[in-house]
Ligand binder design. Structure first.
Ligand code: NAG
Ligand code: NAG
Ligand code: NAG
Length: 636
């Protein structure tokens, strides 16, 4: 409508052009332009004023100024986005690179696994062929001997028969009497001769080879595991997102979604959950993979206060993460308690630290470390090992490295392989030293166990594709590697070459089951001692996986636990256990009877994790919540 009315007003084509354009009416008019029509957003000159009589106008210079500044603003806004985009670009490039590396590494794994299988098939083939040869040989020998024997007998008989027939064909005379007598005797002998006429062997040689099951297994052998879940779409829900009761498990459900918000239906996404207090990470929990795209994170806070929960999917915060949590006190345990005076009730609920039961002085010799990323600093240290050569090794999980100290606490070295090489650790939680000197690392997030030389050179990995969440490692009397798979609730025993010897355990409350195993130690009888975090107990197994002994229950009394973690055995078979939720260290004899505490009262522990005995007979413990390790006198 506007256009038509305009055409009526000014019949010139240039005006139409001017109206539709944001530029001056025409290049030739440029010099005289000095007004700007705000309605039509164009510059005007005297000539083209006609069409704009009713329109608001401003001086051109002012309009130009405004144009400039709004342009500048837009530029600024876009420029502000650039760093973010460039960050994203490099991050996504990194993911792409990692994906490519992962492909190469898996390709290698597939190649070597199948080469291995080929080798094993070839070995079996040789064994079978050999067995065939031996079995055939034995049977053949028996039958051949029988054939030889019978043939000889047959020959003898035939010869005697011929001779006798010849003799009988001649005249009967005195001269032949002698010979005939001899023949008589001979035939008598031959008649009585026992010949092996019944077969002494049979001809059975069959091959029984059940290949159907194997074929089926091979048909489905190996799976490429991944999801299309992305952090930005995935979300968490559940009561455990806001509040939790001290000492009781709280639960959060995580639903993974793909880039367009569709629910993922398969499990195995790489998800991590960490609960932090304002001063560092200390709370442990477990992630259960429901294998249908949802996951459950169950955790227990050891004390009241404000916590923050970081839920990361493929290393990135999911929607709304980190979440703020409040840890509240448990209600009175028995109804009777409420009736008591409020003072008494609160003291009953307060943390009673048994300061008077252990008559010895505080046993601390020294502590090393603070929270940080540098040498001798830690972020959420977990496993601890001690070597016979006087070294203390610390699995510094969030710093993705292992740090090595002398027995005296002097920093020696650290390693973790920075970058993207195959030896890069993701979350080292367990560490052990093999008699060969090699260092064995349980890598929770990589889901394998890495082997490094004593100098920290990556040598290989084991359990890849089998392990779901290895937390602790240990080495038995035969040099076998014991791996505690926390997620799978299974203990694996490997040759250092990676060959699986045996495994036992599953999730549950049965005798050979676990509710969340963390660390293991091996005693002189080569028995495996496992701490079961969520069952609040310590379990001892034969190397074959038979339960020998179980001790501990939930509580704060002597010999009770609130989530046991690190464990070690001394030369007398006494068992030393880090009691995570009670923040203390207990000592038991080999039959599980409580002996004593290590006196940690002067400088209290805060969520102790791994624990080990040093070569000079001290106890070293990862004081995870205090981001340091501590070395104690140990009087046994
Ligand atoms: C996934 O599995 C869990 C446990 O079996 C179940 O409780 C949940 O309802 C399932 N969720 C979906 C989306 O299927
Ligand atoms: C532990 O050591 C402290 C000294 O640091 C001492 O006062 C206390 O009596 C000892 N306590 C226990 C529980 O043995
Ligand atoms: C711990 O395990 C025992 C069996 O060994 C079982 O009876 C008990 O219910 C479990 N307790 C917890 C808290 O899982």
């Amino acid at each position: 409508i506007q256009i038509t009315s305009l055409v009526n007003l000014t019949a010139t084509a240039s005006s139409i052009l001017l109206f539709l354009s944001l530029t001056p009416c025409s290049p030739s008019h440029l010099q005289v332009a000095e007004l700007y029509c705000s309605a039509c957003e164009c510059a005007l000159c005297e000539d083209c004023m006609l069409g704009h009589q009713e329109h608001p106008k401003v001086p051109l210079s002012q309009a130009l100024e405004q144009h400039r500044s709004s342009l500048q603003e837009r530029l600024g806004a876009i420029q502000n986005r650039l760093p973010q985009i460039s960050d994203s670009l490099s991050f996504i490039r990194e993911i792409l690179q990692q994906l490519t590396n992962q492909r190469a590494s898996i390709e290698e794994d597939i190649q070597s696994s199948f080469e291995d299988l080929h080798k094993q098939l070839d070995v079996r083939k040789s064994v079978l062929l050999m067995e065939l040869e031996v079995t055939y040989g034995l049977k053949q020998k028996v039958l051949q001997a029988q054939v030889d024997c019978l043939a000889r007998g047959e020959g003898d008989l035939m010869a005697s028969c011929t001779q006798t027939e010849e003799a009988l064909a001649g005249e009967a005379c005195v001269a032949s009497l002698q010979l005939e007598q001899e023949l008589q005797e001979r035939l008598g002998e031959l008649a009585g001769l026992g010949l092996p006429c019944q077969p002494e062997e049979n001809d059975q040689l069959d091959l029984l080879m059940e290949t159907d099951g194997l074929r089926k297994s091979i048909h489905n052998l190996g799976t490429i595991v991944t999801t299309s879940a992305v952090a930005s779409q995935s979300e968490a829900m559940g009561a455990g997102l806001e509040q939790c009761i001290v000492g009781l498990p709280a639960s959060v459900t995580i639903v993974t979604r793909d880039k367009s918000g569709g629910a993922c239906k398969s499990g195995n996404a790489i998800l991590s959950a960490e609960v932090f207090t304002p001063d560092g990470s200390i709370v442990d929990g477990e992630i259960l993979d429901h294998k249908n795209g949802t996951y459950e994170f169950v955790y227990t806070v050891p004390k009241e206060g404000d916590f923050s929960l970081a839920l990361r999917l493929y290393d990135q915060h999911i929607k709304g993460s980190p979440f703020k949590l409040t840890g509240a006190k448990r209600r009175g345990k028995s109804p009777g308690q409420k009736k008591k005076g409020s003072k008494r009730a609160s003291s009953a609920l307060g943390t009673p630290r048994r300061k008077t039961q252990n008559p010895i002085e505080d046993d601390l010799i020294f502590r090393i470390g603070t929270k940080g990323r540098n040498k001798g600093e830690f972020t959420n240290l977990q496993g601890v090992a001690a070597s016979s050569s006087g070294r203390i090794l610390i699995a510094d999980s969030n710093n993705q490295c292992v740090q090595i100290f002398s027995n005296e606490g002097e920093f020696k070295s650290r390693f973790g392989v920075r970058g993207r090489s195959p030896g890069q650790m993701q979350r080292p939680t367990g560490v052990a030293v093999h008699p060969s000197g090699d260092i064995i690392i349980a890598d929770y997030d990589n889901k394998w166990v890495s082997i490094f030389s004593s100098e920290g050179k990556f040598k290989g990995k084991l359990g890849s594709g089998r392990l779901m969440g290895p937390k602790g490692v240990s080495v038995d009397q035969n040099g076998h590697v014991i791996v505690v798979d926390n997620k799978a609730c299974t203990v694996f025993i490997f040759q250092p070459t990676g060959k699986l010897i045996t495994k036992f355990g599953s999730r549950g409350t049965g005798d050979k089951q676990f509710a969340g195993p963390h660390f293991a130690a091996v005693n002189k009888n080569n028995e495996i001692i496992v701490t079961d975090f969520h069952n609040h107990s310590v379990k001892v197994f034969t190397p074959e996986g038979e339960l020998v002994l179980k001790f501990g229950s939930n509580g704060e009394g002597n010999g009770q636990f609130n989530a046991p973690t690190g464990v070690a055995v001394d030369i007398n078979g006494n068992i030393i256990v880090a009691d995570w939720g009670n923040s203390r260290i207990q000592v038991f004899d080999g039959s599980g009877s409580f002996l004593s505490y290590i006196n940690t009262s002067a400088d209290p522990l805060y969520g102790p994790q791994g624990l080990s005995l040093t070569s000079d007979g001290h106890v070293v413990v990862a004081d995870s919540g205090n981001h340091c390790f501590k070395v104690y006198r140990y009087l046994q």
